[in-house]
Design a protein around this ligand. Structure first.
Ligand SMILES: [Zn+2]
Length: 289
């Protein structure tokens, strides 16, 4: 992991939240790693229990949650809020604490307009490289600034780059009752910076129960939103906040054990391998982070 480089780039990226709308746009450095960093798989819950981590939910209906990370941003977040308001859509904002401190009015607007606000650390470091005290400081400072600024008490946490150790996740769950939220639809907006790609990825990959990852600090992401949101509404999806999605989640029963595989004659095996349908049903979808 190029941690030193990553942290340097992240530090540069964080100036984005403080830019006033009137200033000429500064080309932001890429925010690396959201797609590459992986957490350990969530432990399936026992019946009736809640997990400490979710990447998507299992819901009985066309419900989805769209999430925006790394803000608030002086120009892009207010623009996005207007688009959401015009469509009656509620979203979830995983905010960076120091951006909340720099742009408190926008953080308050997020909450006042009915969206969920959640914790994304104080300065967006790679938490897995920090000591225990620093990690707690990152999370607690952000928790406190969100409370003091907006009056809302966050209950969700998303680790920067999706990277969190099992101990860190357990501490956040035990101490702040945080549920850690990853995603199953990664727009990769920070990487390609293309409104068309953001829209096409989200349209293609969103399913009932999806948690969609976007970043409201990037202008092309906001440019993509009117068409993206309208397309999802047109498909019949209903937007809810992540907490609302979690409340609808039903744990799937464990899959029944497969019967012992029978040996397949060589000719049949060759036929099955050449059929796209067979291949599709034989291999499960690749796991998302
Ligand atoms: Zn982030």
């Amino acid at each position: 992991m190029p941690s030193r480089l990553a942290l340097t780039i992240v530090a540069a990226t964080l100036t984005a939240c403080a830019e006033p709308a009137a200033k000429p746009a500064v080309k932001a450095e890429p925010t690396p790693g959201h797609a590459s960093a992986k957490l350990e798989p969530a432990t399936p819950a026992t019946t009736g229990a809640k997990r400490s981590t979710y990447s998507q939910c299992n819901v009985a209906g066309p419900f989805i949650a769209i999430t925006f990370d790394d803000g608030p941003h002086g120009a892009n977040t207010p623009r996005l809020l207007k688009m959401l308001k015009d469509r009656g859509i509620k979203a979830t904002f995983f905010v960076v604490g120091q951006c909340v401190a720099e742009l408190p009015e926008i953080a308050k607007q997020i909450v006042d307009e009915g969206h969920e606000i959640a914790n994304h650390s104080w300065s967006h470091p790679l938490l897995t490289k920090l000591g225990e005290g620093s990690v707690r400081d990152q999370i607690e400072r952000t928790h406190n600034v969100i409370r003091q600024t907006t009056g809302a008490v966050p209950t969700l946490f998303r680790p920067p780059f999706g990277a969190f150790t099992a101990n860190q996740r357990a501490w956040a769950h035990a101490t702040l009752a945080y549920t850690s939220i990853l995603w199953d639809v990664d727009s990769n907006d920070w990487k390609h910076r293309s409104a068309a790609k953001t829209e096409s990825i989200i349209r293609a990959e969103t399913r009932p129960g999806s948690i969609i990852l976007c970043h409201d600090i990037h202008t092309p992401t906001i440019d993509a939103m009117p068409a993206t949101l309208d397309a999802l509404l047109g498909k019949g999806f209903k937007f809810v906040t992540v907490s609302q999605l979690l409340a609808m989640h039903v744990e799937k029963p464990p899959a029944p054990k497969a019967p012992p595989a029978k040996p397949i004659p060589a000719k049949d095996a060759a036929d099955a391998a050449s059929s796209p349908d067979q291949q599709q049903s034989a291999s499960p979808a690749p796991a998302k982070p």
